[in-house]
Design a protein around this ligand. Sequence first.
Ligand code: ZN
Length: 152
Amino acid sequence: MKKLFKKVAYLEGLVDGADLEDRKVKRILDEIVDVLEDVVEALQELQDNQEDLEDYVASVDEDLEDLEEEVYGDDDDENEANDYDDDVSYVEVECPDCHDTVYFDSDILDDEDPIEVTCPNCDAVVFVNDDGLGPADHLTEEEKDDHNNEDI
Ligand SMILES: [Zn+2]
């Protein structure tokens, strides 16, 4: 933009310095130089506004990022939470009644207290932590029970 200002100023000097005999031509050239000056000034203003707008958009973008972090949670925190979740392993059991897949914390397997895991879908017991019986053993037992019930 400075280059343009210099060029217009140079042109203005040329017109002023030229020993033009025709006054009308000199006047036209002066007018052209004036218009050029206005155009370059307008361009400069446009560029300044553009830069202001870019700064503004950047600050809005920053604010939006902060807001997103607040609303959706910080990405880093989320990753940490996922890392914690990865440390916890889940046991997958099929519900004997509705055949829905039920997940529960594998810590329950190590728990000394008897814990019943029920299906969130139909409330059927899918696993009972009673002295080392795995989910498979337990399911087999329940299946036997079901058969007994049918016989009665
Ligand atoms: Zn179920």
